[in-house]
Design a protein around this ligand. Structure first.
Ligand SMILES: [Zn+2]
Length: 178
């Protein structure tokens, strides 16, 4: 879009030629990438790389790669002006540091989830054992729910029969607290 807008403007110089105070011809290498309405883009790249280097780099590249090269140079130039010491490397280092920090946080969160799962499993097991122990230590509670059994003289034997049918007798001797 920029190429069409600025490439055919023979009377209106591109941002690069305007800044460099030179005549912008139809064969201007910079015109397709530095439209006159965005002088800041060329000014930034020119300040860091220099116009002659930009032109040289563009001429060494095939046409279909030049737009990406300009975007990359402008991005790098902006990073270099923002951070004269590290430039783009500073941004990369900062992001790597963030990744490392987030990976540590993720590992901590995953360990916490695992711990909570184990606690939940232990709690379920404990509740299950308490429930079973409650049934075993209060044999009358099951017969209370059935009023017909209240008249039964031998209720203990009756409940023993219930246990032998409904649950493993070995569980009677299982300790409450592991
Ligand atoms: Zn030009």
């Amino acid at each position: 879009m920029e190429r069409i807008a600025s490439g055919k403007q023979s009377t209106f110089p591109c941002a690069a030629c305007k800044i460099l105070r030179r005549r912008c011809g139809e064969k201007c290498v910079l015109a397709p990438y530095f439209p006159p309405d965005n002088p800041h883009k060329f000014a930034t790249a020119h300040r860091v790389f220099g116009a002659s280097n930009i032109i040289k780099m563009l001429k060494d590249l095939p046409y279909d790669r030049r737009a990406d090269a300009v975007s990359s140079m402008v991005y790098e130039a902006e990073a270099r002006l923002r951070d004269p010491v590290y430039g783009c490397a500073g941004t990369v280092c900062h992001l790597q540091h963030q990744i490392s920090k987030l990976q540590t946080q993720l590992a901590t969160a995953q360990a916490e989830i695992l711990k909570l799962h184990l606690q939940q499993a232990n709690l379920v097991s404990l509740v299950s054992r308490l429930y079973k122990s409650g049934e075993e230590s209060e044999p009358f509670s099951s017969s209370e729910s059935d009023p017909q059994d209240n008249d039964n003289d031998n209720s203990a034997d009756h409940n023993n029969d219930l246990f032998s049918e409904d649950s493993d007798p070995m569980l009677l001797w299982e300790p409450l607290w592991p």
